[in-house]
Design a protein around this ligand. Structure first.
Ligand code: BTN
Length: 276
């Protein structure tokens, strides 16, 4: 929450997200059929983790108006004021490593597809986990997992969408934007949430059916990384090269002077795109 301002006051023209409205608009089979909506939490990923421990079903969704300790990739702080869409999904079955590694790009693709179908904007996926409009970040994805031994017990897909707030109020850099600022008016968050959940469910079903090539071709239609110069830091090396292509949702190829390097997204420490 923006310091010193209540959630209602901070919303400024953006309707609060309520469960009834979501139920009435939702077209999914199982995603979001059980839902928790709070005005504040530490992180919606934490809410899902806690609910999973108490037996919440596959497809359970947590949404919060604000997060006091929202997190991004590599433990970075994710500032989460009122008016954003802060949402996490519990995915229980078929949770092996391949699924976990595929989720960040799957989540980003779902958001880009939903934004493009609901708003007059052209959102694109930027590897490994961003959604951008004109190269300004409007959303990010964080996938986490709970393991028991070598097995993944469940995965959590956390989606953060900069929807209805003023970007200057969070002191973000100029390469970040909100949907409200790009569109010129607050967006209908309930409609976007319902569409995002439908897109995630459809893409997740493709993943479960092993349709990796189909998923990769959907990413290629909406991505903006190929052909760009990129600086990649991994645990044991760094490389500068040109983003070549996607092999799967969790594995890409970078062209360097030393040849083509396959990169597993799960081994990434950081990615910096050079301006074209
Ligand atoms: C990133 O770009 O680094 C990923 C950001 C992910 C933010 C979302 S908001 C909902 C969920 N809860 C969190 O604490 N993080 C994710």
């Amino acid at each position: 929450m923006i310091e010193g301002i209540g959630v209602q006051a901070a919303l400024k023209g953006s309707h609060p997200v309520d469960e009834l409205a979501i139920n009435q608009n939702l077209k999914t089979r199982y995603l979001g059929r059980k839902i928790s909506i709070t005005s504040e939490c530490t992180s919606t990923n934490d809410v899902v983790k806690c609910s999973a421990g108490k037996g919440a079903p596959h497809g359970f969704v947590s949404i919060s108006e604000t997060q006091s300790a929202g997190r991004g990739r590599l433990g970075r702080l994710w500032v989460s004021p009122a008016g954003g869409i802060w949402l996490s999904i519990l995915l229980r079955p078929r949770t092996h490593q391949f699924f976990l590694d595929s989720l960040p790009l799957l989540g980003a693709l779902a958001i880009a597809k939903a934004v493009n179908s609901q708003l007059r904007l052209k959102a694109r996926v930027r590897w490994p986990n961003d959604v951008v409009v004109d190269d300004r970040k409007i959303a990010g994805v964080l996938a986490e997992a709970k393991s028991t031994g070598n097995e993944l017990a469940y995965t959590i897909l956390g989606l953060g969408i900069n929807a209805n707030f003023i970007i200057d109020e969070i002191g973000a850099s100029t390469n970040v934007a909100t949907l409200q600022s790009l569109q010129g008016a607050p967006i209908d968050r309930v409609a976007l949430i319902c569409r995002v959940l439908l897109e995630v469910e459809n893409l997740y079903e493709l993943l479960c059916a092993g349709m990796v090539e189909k998923l990769v071709s959907l990413v290629r239609e909406l991505e903006c990384s190929r052909g760009r110069s990129v600086w990649v830091k991994l645990e044991n090396r760094e490389l500068l090269g040109m983003f070549d292509d996607y092999e799967t949702l969790g594995r890409v190829r970078i062209l360097t002077r030393q040849g083509t390097q396959p990169i597993d997204t799960s081994t990434l420490l950081s990615v910096e795109y050079q301006s074209n």
